[in-house]
Design a protein around this ligand. Structure first.
Ligand code: HEC
Ligand code: HEC
Length: 187
């Protein structure tokens, strides 16, 4: 049995809780009744959702700087594929046999072109670990599958992602092939 003191204490706890809950429900009802959103307010694009007229996609502005004139772009995260900082007009499509990117980026050409040499990882069959001795892996000829051109565009939702770099060199250089097996014990 509860003593009188315990009964008073229980009422003191329960009553304010009841009051708060009732108030919260009343508030929710109030907003549900008052706050309705028009179609134009629902999406990020602030246009009706049933008509594409005013919402042509924006492709942004692509650099016109030629290879050799552009400035390299900081990597998004350690060993991410670097963005292409220069114009690529007229360079596409890429094929295994005809691939203008190789003219400047193959390691033996890159030095004279002032370009960044294709890294060792692209000359290894990553499936088997076989060193292809200077021959580009067949999976790598389509550079644009992984490397994309930088575009200037304003985005409706800011990207707050911040890449981690264990070594600040990694902001402009990759070392994937050297660290790929980190933490893996060989037999
Ligand atoms: C005429 C030579 C030339 C051609 C062709 C060329 N590039 Fe480049 N590329 C460069 C140079 C030089 C740089 C360094 C930035 C600069 O000086 O403009 C570079 C930079 C890059 C980078 C940035 C590397 C980094 O570490 O930041 C990537 C990625 C790249 N190019 C990819 C490509 C792809 C893909 C193609 C083919 C569609 C291509 N390039 C064609 C010369 C060339
Ligand atoms: C399957 C995805 C993929 C393809 C295809 C690919 N790359 Fe890469 N590339 C990467 C990644 C990931 C990195 C960074 C990690 C590394 O070194 O492998 C990179 C790094 C690079 C770098 C920077 C090297 C450095 O020392 O920092 C250059 C230059 C480059 N690639 C050029 C090319 C060119 C040119 C082609 C086409 C012939 C190509 N890549 C095809 C994924 C790719």
């Amino acid at each position: 049995m509860m003593t009188n003191m315990q009964k008073v204490a229980a009422v003191l706890v329960v009553l304010p809780l009841l009051a708060v809950t009732t108030f919260a429900y009343a508030q929710m009802d109030y907003f549900a009744a008052k706050q309705t959103f028009s179609e134009e307010e629902l999406g990020l694009r602030k246009e009706t959702l049933y008509d594409e007229q005013g919402t042509a996609p924006s492709h942004g502005e692509i650099t016109a700087l030629e290879p050799g004139e552009s400035t390299r772009i900081e990597r998004a995260f350690e060993n991410s594929p670097p963005l292409i900082p220069h114009d690529i007009t007229g360079m596409l499509p890429l094929a295994q046999t005809e691939n203008i990117c190789l003219d400047c980026h193959m390691p033996e050409e890159a030095v004279s072109q002032g370009a960044i040499p294709i890294p060792k990882s692209h000359f290894v069959d990553l499936g088997t670990g076989k060193d292809l001795e200077g021959k580009l892996d067949g999976d790598r000829f389509n550079c644009m599958q992984c490397h994309v051109i930088q575009t200037r565009i304003s985005v409706p939702v800011a990207n707050l992602f911040k890449g981690e770099f264990r070594d600040k060199e990694g902001k402009y250089r990759s070392n994937l092939i050297d660290i790929l097996n980190e933490g893996v014990e060989a037999d």
